[in-house]
Design a protein around this ligand. Structure first.
Ligand code: GAR
Length: 316
């Protein structure tokens, strides 16, 4: 499987970047670092990345508008072929445009157990609060600072006599362990059957009177007490693929879809011409399109009364 391409943004020391980079050297690591970029040309991490043969880019943000600076970084990331961005001690607020351009593709590591202690001085805040544990979190980046869904956390016990520095040093060890594992899981989740099934389920069950049963060992979505409109197929008859099977709207449509994208669409064995298989394990699934196909498939089997309700709802 091709490795996911990750761009790492740093502002200084870059020890988390180094942890990501060293982890990426293991052959089984599902990502590779394609660029290390910094908003400070003096960032120490740049020297390390260069020595390891990773392309670097540095540009001072001083005197530049935030969005203007972010556009430069964005262009570098895209030119390097990055599919994901990992913020590793990147101490800059990001423009909304930049965040939107990497929606669900950008992670950050933060030295606290979020949602506690966003921003700076996290270690002192944990000590001042008398917490028994501090720690670190990896989260998906959204437009709010240190916000966004937390993917993983490590708790680190606070020791008697800990200072902000001694605590930070121990949490940093935990950060180095956590970031690479979480990033590896994140870049592979779009190929994991459980994650894919959850995406299909969410969309299928949002349709009127839809329910889920198991049929022929497959999670299957239908209209309550009615016909089925989608099957989630995982290694069915040992085909080794993950896909969703939906009804086509006309007999020629199956052939047309397969013709248009033969890597993605296929004729599902035992289902006949009225169905088409859509692979979900290619890593570039267009979920709006899957939603649309599920909806079309639902329409194929929905009783007339329900269709009428759907048409009325569609008008709003
Ligand atoms: C790390 O502790 C990281 O969690 C923190 O900055 C340090 C960077 O160290 N990041 C934040 O506080 C982000 N809000 P590093 O440059 O050695 O990775």
């Amino acid at each position: 499987m091709a490795k996911a391409k990750v761009g790492v943004l740093i502002s200084g020391r870059g020890s988390n970047m180094a942890a990501l980079l060293y982890a990426a050297k293991h052959p089984s690591c599902p990502y590779e670092i394609v660029l290390v970029a910094a908003n400070d040309p003096q960032a120490a991490g740049l020297t390390l990345a260069t020595a390891e043969g990773v392309p670097t880019f540095a540009h001072s943000h001083k005197g530049m508008k935030r969005a203007e600076f972010d556009r430069i970084i964005d262009a570098q990331l895209r030119a390097a072929g990055a599919e994901y961005v990992a913020l590793a001690g990147y101490m800059r607020l990001l423009s909304p445009e930049f965040v939107a351009g990497w929606e669900n593709r950008m992670l950050n590591i933060h030295p606290s157990l979020l949602p506690k202690y966003k921003g700076l001085d996290t270690h002192q805040k944990a000590l001042d609060a008398g917490d028994s544990h501090a720690g670190c979190s990896v989260h998906v980046v959204t437009s709010e600072l240190d916000d966004g869904p937390v993917l993983a956390q490590t708790e680190v016990a606070i020791l008697p006599g800990d200072t902000a520095d001694s605590l930070a040093a121990r949490i940093l060890i935990a950060e180095h362990q956590l970031y690479s594992r979480t990033l590896a899981d994140f870049v592979t989740r779009e190929r994991q059957p459980e994650w894919l099934l959850a995406r299909v389920r969410e969309r299928a069950l949002a349709l009127p009177q839809a329910d889920e049963v198991t049929s022929h060992g497959m999670p299957c979505f239908g209209i309550e007490k009615g016909k089925k409109f989608a099957y989630f197929s995982q290694d069915h008859h040992g085909d080794g693929i993950v896909s969703v099977l939906v009804k086509t709207t006309a007999p020629e449509e199956q052939a047309m879809l397969i013709d248009s994208d033969p890597d993605r669409y296929y004729r599902p064995a035992y289902f006949g011409d009225g169905w088409v298989g859509i692979r979900l394990d290619l890593g570039d699934t267009d979920w709006d399109q899957i939603e649309d196909r599920l909806r079309k498939s639902w329409r194929e089997v929905a009783p007339r009364k329900l269709l009428g309700l759907m048409d009325v709802a569609d008008e709003f």
